[in-house]
Design a protein around this ligand. Structure first.
Ligand code: PLP
Length: 413
């Protein structure tokens, strides 16, 4: 096999260029316009629940604005799931606030509601204030225990910002993620469920909330014939060109979700017959995951060819082919890293032309967040050490899955 199989590649409907051409033909080459409005309408129809949606330049921007709208200021604390991509927590620090990290529960790998309540009470006791917001994350598309989280949030009057960047189209008991809390975050980065090349959106509960976000996203302009500013705003609106891509993508979102789930089913069936590797499945029928990325856990006792050479050399560049600048010259080890057999299987698959990747390293184990309070059970760290993400998404075929499974079988000693 000479093609390379990637973790999650974008897939076009073929209609994207039509919307982009229209933008050029009508000279709407700006961060607003008919494609932005059309894309927002498509998103609104998709999420339902009478919600409003604001299209933004990134999911990270959506989290940033949601925090501002929740009144987060310097010196405040915001509760965040520790097991996540850094973009869930970084915007908290943009505001001079401190993230308080919550560990995961073992079934969904998402925010543990018991630890959440413990943390809320402990922060109140220690600082005299409640945290200003709660950010649960649909890791790899898996729903969080939103009913339990909402019950706790409502008990203490703390708004929930759902980070559904990876969970677009995932549902809890049939309701789309991002529509339960005060705000819901979506991402359209290149490798998410749909792409606008880069972009995001914030799901808002009503027109007033939407207008407030829109105002912050467009430099906080007051209604005068000249530019009058009474608050600090941001340039976070989505471009009309990118929104054109989004409109094309919305035509195949359902197809993408169905395909991700189909690939998940194939993996699940295959891993049921492989000893030492467990497919991360939904804990019950309440959790309707989009399976954005399929993930597995390797038993510590599983032996992989080449594991004696795992971590023999420092990795050059970022795993995952991240765009942009990566600091070089890293050391081989950190104080919290995937087990040797996980690194060995990653290297084995890489040689076979298959991209795989460790799970997100928990934020409470990141040097940059070493001073942030954390409420821990050990679950996310244990899962991180044993976990691996496998190729998923619309570009992965049934034959690819067969080849990936065969390669994994070959990798096992
Ligand atoms: C991708 C992602 C984001 C950020 O989205 P961008 O559009 O890349 O800024 C936030 N949270 C999680 C969990 C993500 O995976």
């Amino acid at each position: 096999m000479n093609k390379r199989i990637y973790l999650c590649l974008a897939h076009m409907s073929g209609n994207e260029q039509k919307f982009i051409q229209e933008a050029f033909d009508t000279n709407w080459v700006v961060p607003l316009g008919p494609n932005v409005n059309g894309f927002e309408e498509d998103l609104r129809n998709f999420v339902g629940q009478n919600k409003q949606v604001v299209a933004l330049s990134a999911g990270t921007a959506a989290i940033h604005l949601a925090l501002i709208a929740c009144g987060v200021q310097a010196g405040d604390e915001v509760i965040c799931q520790s097991f996540t991509f850094c973009a869930s927590a970084n915007p908290v620090t943009y505001l001079g606030a401190t993230p308080v990290f919550i560990d995961s529960e073992k079934d969904s790998w998402n925010m543990d509601p018991a630890l959440l309540e413990q943390a809320i009470l402990d922060r109140k006791a220690k600082t005299g204030k409640y945290p200003k917001a709660i950010i649960p994350v649909a890791l790899y598309g898996m729903p969080y225990r939103i009913e339990d989280i909402m019950a706790i949030a409502n008990k203490y009057g703390i708004p929930v910002i759902e980070d559904a960047a990876e969970g677009m189209g995932s549902r809890w008991k049939g309701q789309v993620l991002g529509t339960f809390g005060e705000y819901g975050v979506l991402s359209f980065n290149g490798n998410k469920m749909i792409t606008t090349s880069g972009g995001g959106a914030l799901i808002c509960k009503d027109e007033a909330a939407k207008n407030k976000i829109m105002w912050y996203a467009t430099q906080a302009r007051e209604a005068y014939p000249y530019y009058q500013h009474e608050a600090i705003g941001f340039n976070y609106r989505l471009s009309n060109i990118c929104a054109g891509i989004g409109r094309g993508q919305m035509m195949i979102l359902d197809e993408h979700i169905a395909h991700h789930k189909h690939i998940a089913k194939r993996y699940k069936e295959a891993f049921a017959t492989i000893e030492g590797i467990t497919f991360h499945d939904a804990p019950s029928a309440d959790y309707d995951s989009n399976f954005w990325l399929n993930t597995v856990l390797l038993d510590e006792s599983l032996h992989i060819h080449g594991e004696e050479n795992a971590y023999a050399e420092a990795v050059q560049g970022a795993v995952g082919g991240a765009a942009g600048v990566v600091h070089g010259g890293g050391s081989v080890h950190t104080d919290c890293e995937p087990n040797r057999n996980v690194e060995a299987i990653r290297m084995f698959l890489d040689k076979a032309g298959i991209e795989s990747r460790p799970l997100w390293k928990p934020m409470h184990k990141q040097p940059v967040f070493k001073n942030a309070p954390a409420y821990l059970s050990g679950v996310s760290e244990a899962v991180f050490k044993r976990g691996l993400c496998l190729p998923s998404g619309p570009m992965v075929t049934d034959e690819d899955v067969d080849y990936i499974i065969a390669s994994i079988r070959n990798a096992i000693k």
